[in-house]
Design a binder for this molecule. Structure first.
Ligand code: PMP
Ligand code: GLU
Length: 386
């Protein structure tokens, strides 16, 4: 029997990726699937970004770059952090990787040793538990619910800290709920992390997709002590509709980033040179580029919530950001069964809540057109009546 590494043998595949692949397969076979599963913007990458990539190919920018990414891109990221988040990182404190997923993976690999505990909440993004396990760590999952707005409170955090606690992962706006932490809430969590010397990995990938006039806040901006304990992760996937280009980045204390650099040197080396050139263009884009996409997402969010309000037995968590609605379907059945039946019976694809640590939920993505939202919800409504 094949014997594999003990940290890898129990890893679970990504349900989001599996279902997305299944939807593409069904669509290729000619099925009319309404795709509420997509974890990516449905917009095309803006043309000026594509042009920058084309130009880079024509100019022969097709060779290895420094493993941590080109200086020009790291300068653009440093200035983004300063301007948007009030975070002062030097370019050499920034490592560009193959997507924010890769940046998170690197950060966890470097900080987490065998037996170390990593705290994050349920509902959580599918990859956090597996990344922690792949590093030999132990995921410590804080169950949240409506009573705390699906967020970790200071008292919940305190209850889960042990001498082995090493890292807290924060994801605001959240995938799958779209819920956001206020600066005050983050500040409370930061104080505890500072007191216990717990590192924070802040996954800020949905930063640009915020709908309710809630100011986005980076936890690292809340003081020097928490800044020195935090790895801030972001990327171009969601803000610029660039999921396939695979560019994410992490910034943090120099001593941590040096290890991340060494780890990346011996794993992927640099992320694609062409995508780096495209990302320089993306980060220098005017505010309007992002704003136009955000406005469309906001209208879709409002529309899907309005429709969901009319469906009995489905209760949702109101998303303030990202492009997901996480729905409690416990009155209908188990989330995995409901998701399967929806796909089989009416060709509506959603992601079961199980992969997010909440089996009685399903996740609907509104990264699809208003017409598709209308069609999908109408199929669900009729199916529920039957
Ligand atoms: N974090 C969260 C919460 C996500 O939903 C995703 C999914 N795209 C990522 C990180 C990774 O993004 P990417 O690797 O495409 O930059
Ligand atoms: N993050 C997206 C999602 O949650 C994309 C798929 C993935 O990388 O998991 O659907």
């Amino acid at each position: 029997m094949l014997k594999v590494n003990r940290r890898i043998k129990d890893l679970v595949g990504s349900s989001t990726l599996a279902i997305t692949a299944r939807v593409k397969e069904l669509q290729a076979q000619g099925h009319d699937v309404v795709n509420f599963a997509a974890g990516e913007p449905d917009f095309d990458t803006p043309d000026f970004i594509k042009q920058a990539a084309i130009k880079s190919i024509q100019n022969g920018f097709t060779k290895y770059t420094p493993s941590i990414g080109i200086q020009e891109l790291r300068e653009a990221i440093a200035s983004k952090f300063q301007k948007d988040n009030g975070l002062v990182y030097k370019p050499n404190q920034i490592v560009v990787s193959c997507g924010a997923k890769h940046s998170l993976f690197n950060g966890i690999q470097v900080l987490v040793d065998d037996g170390d505990e990593v705290i994050f909440q349920a509902p959580y993004w599918v990859s956090y538990p597996e990344m922690v396990k792949a590093a030999g760590g132990r995921p410590v999952i804080v169950q949240t619910d409506v009573s705390t707005g699906f967020k970790i409170t200071t008292s919940l955090l305190k209850k889960h800290i042990t001498p082995k606690t090493k890292v807290l992962i924060i994801n605001s706006p959240s995938n799958p709920t779209g819920v956001m932490y206020t600066p005050e809430e983050l500040s409370g969590l930061a104080d505890i992390c500072v007191a216990h010397k717990i590192y924070v990995i802040s996954d800020e990938i949905y930063e640009k997709l915020v709908y309710d006039n809630i100011g986005f806040c980076s936890i690292a901006s809340l003081g020097k002590e928490i800044f020195d304990l935090t790895i801030t992760v972001n990327g171009v996937s969601k803000a610029y509709a660039m999921t396939g280009w695979r560019i994410g980045y992490a910034a943090g204390p120099m001593e941590i980033m040096e290890y991340i650099k060494k780890y990346q040197d011996h794993s992927t080396s640099n992320p694609t040179s062409i995508s780096q050139a495209a990302s320089v263009a993306a980060l220098s884009a005017s505010h309007e580029t992002i704003e136009a996409m955000r406005n469309v997402f906001k209208s879709r969010r409002d529309l899907i919530l309005q429709y969901l309000d009319q469906i009995p037995h489905i209760h949702y968590i109101r998303p303030q950001g990202a492009f997901y609605v996480f729905c409690d379907v416990s009155q209908i059945g188990d989330g995995t069964v409901v998701a399967k039946r929806m796909l089989d019976d009416i060709k509506v694809a959603v992601i079961p809540g199980d992969g997010f640590g909440m089996p009685s939920y399903i996740r609907l993505s509104f990264a699809t057109s208003e017409a598709k939202i209308k069609e999908g919800i109408s199929r669900i409504t009729k199916w529920m009546k039957n």
